[in-house]
Design a protein around this ligand. Structure first.
Ligand code: UT7
Length: 334
C-alpha cells in the first residue's frame, strides 16, 4: 500500500495594524534606527493593541483567511494544533479557544510549546495524523503576541520581537507531493540563555516576580546568536544532504526570522542566492511561532507545484529543526 503523505493545501496569515518602527523605539529606549537595522535587519514590527486581545485573535483571523480561500465550513476541520509561546492563558490551550471562536466545533487539538521552532514541530506532528490516515483535515497554527512578554526597557531583546501569525491546512496528498522529511532537535541545557523566569510552576507569579520584571523574555543575545547560526545552518544542510538536494534543486528557503545575519549565514551554508530566501524580517521582526507561516502566506502566490522548499528554525529551549516540503499546488493570494 502506498504511504499517505501530508500536503499543505492552503495558507492564511495575519499581522496587526499597528506599526512600531525603529523611530518610535528610539523614543522609548536608548537605541538608534541605524543600530537596529545593522545588527538585525529590522525596520519595524507589528503590535497587537486593544484590551482583551491575545494570540487567539490573530490566529482566528489567519484561520478565517484559510477557510475562506478553500471554501470550507469550520465544521469540516478535524484537528487544530497551535504552536505558541504566548498562549491566551496558561490553560486551556489556545487551540481550544481558536476552535471556539471560529466555529470549528468538530475539531480537537492542543498547543505545542517549542518557542521559535514551534511551527516546524507542530507541522511535523500534524502531518503524522494525516499520514496515519487518522484525519483528513488538520490546521496547524503558528502565532505569538510577543509584545505581551516584552520588557521595552531591555534594548538588547525587545527590539527584535513583534506580533503576528499564520495557519496552514494539511490534507492527504493526491500524488506524493507534500511534507517529505523533518529533522528536529532539542537541547534543554540551552534554557539558561533564553527563557521566562517566572509564571511557571518553579516560580509562580508573585508581587516580587512582577517587581523584578521576571515575566518578560530573558535572552542572552550573543550566546543565542552563536547557537542559532550554527544549528540552523547545520540542520538545513543535513536535510538537503539526506534528501540528495543540491542548491540548484532548492527553490525556496523559509527561515525563522530572528536576525537577518542568522538568515544570511544559513543561506550561505546552503549555497542559496538571496532571491531564493524568503525574508520579511524588516517589516515584521521576530514573531516567534509566526515567522514561518507568515513567510509562506506572503510568498504563497509565487509558489508552484513541485517546488522544493526547506523550512528552518532555531529557538528557545534550545529547539531547532528543518523540514523539506515538495509544494503541492500553484499558489494564489485569492
Ligand atoms: O528567535 C530565536 C532566538 N533568538 C535569536 O535568535 C536572537 C539571537 N541574537 C541576536 O539576534 C542578537 O544577539 C541581538 C540582536 C539580540 C543583539 O545583537 P548583538 O550584536 O549580539 O548585540 P550585543 O547584545 O552583543 O550588544 C553589543 C553592544 C553592547 O554595547 P557594548 O557593551 O559593546 O558597549 C550593547 O549594550 O550593543 C549595545 N546594544 C545596543 N545599542 C543600541 C545592545 N542593544 C542595543 C540597542 N541599541 N538596541
Amino acid at each position: 500500500m502506498q504511504k499517505i503523505r501530508a500536503a499543505i493545501t492552503a495558507v492564511g496569515g495575519y499581522v496587526p495594524e499597528y506599526i512600531l518602527n525603529n523611530a518610535e523605539l528610539e523614543t522609548m529606549m536608548d537605541t538608534t534606527d541605524e543600530w537596529i537595522q545593522t545588527r538585525t535587519g529590522i525596520r519595524e514590527r507589528r503590535i497587537l493593541k486593544g484590551e482583551g486581545k491575545g494570540s487567539s485573535d490573530m490566529a482566528v483571523a489567519a484561520v478565517n483567511v484559510l477557510l475562506a480561500k478553500k471554501g470550507l465550513d469550520p465544521k469540516d476541520i478535524e484537528m487544530v494544533i497551535c504552536a505558541t509561546t504566548t498562549p491566551d492563558m496558561q490553560f486551556p490551550a489556545t487551540a481550544n479557544v481558536i476552535c471556539d471562536k471560529t466555529g470549528m466545533t468538530n475539531a480537537w487539538g492542543y498547543d505545542v510549546n517549542a518557542a521559535c521552532s514551534g511551527f516546524i514541530f507542530a507541522l511535523t506532528i500534524g502531518a503524522q495524523f494525516i499520514e496515519t490516515g487518522r484525519h483528513k483535515r488538520v490546521i496547524v497554527v503558528g502565532v505569538d503576541k510577543m509584545s505581551s512578554i516584552m520588557n521595552y526597557e531591555d534594548r538588547k531583546t525587545s527590539i527584535i520581537f513583534g506580533d503576528g501569525g499564520g495557519a496552514v491546512l494539511l490534507e492527504p496528498s493526491e500524488d506524493g507531493d507534500g511534507i517529505i522529511d523533518s529533522v528536529l532537535r532539542t537541547d534543554g541545557s540551552g534554557r539558561v540563555h533564553l527563557h521566562q523566569k517566572a509564571g511557571g510552576s518553579v516560580k509562580p507569579a508573585s508581587i516580587e516576580t512582577v517587581m523584578n520584571k521576571e515575566h518578560y523574555v530573558y535572552q542572552e543575545g550573543q550566546a543565542v546568536f552563536k547557537f542559532a547560526v550554527k544549528n540552523m545552518a547545520d540542520v538545513a544542510a543535513e536535510i538537503m544532504e539526506r534528501n540528495n538536494l543540491t542548491a540548484d534543486d532548492v527553490h525556496w528557503l523559509v527561515p525563522h526570522q530572528a536576525n537577518k545575519r542568522i538568515i544570511t549565514a544559513t543561506a550561505e551554508r546552503m549555497k542559496l542566492p538571496a532571491e531564493k530566501v524568503m525574508m520579511n524580517i524588516e517589516k515584521f521582526g521576530n514573531t516567534t511561532n509566526g515567522t514561518l507561516p507568515l513567510c509562506l502566506w506572503e510568498w504563497e502566490d509565487k509558489l508552484r507545484k513541485g517546488d522544493n522548499i526547506i523550512l528552518a528554525a532555531f529557538g528557545g529551549g534550545f529547539t531547532w529543526g528543518s523540514t523539506y516540503i515538495r509544494w503541492a499546488y500553484d499558489g494564489s493570494k485569492a
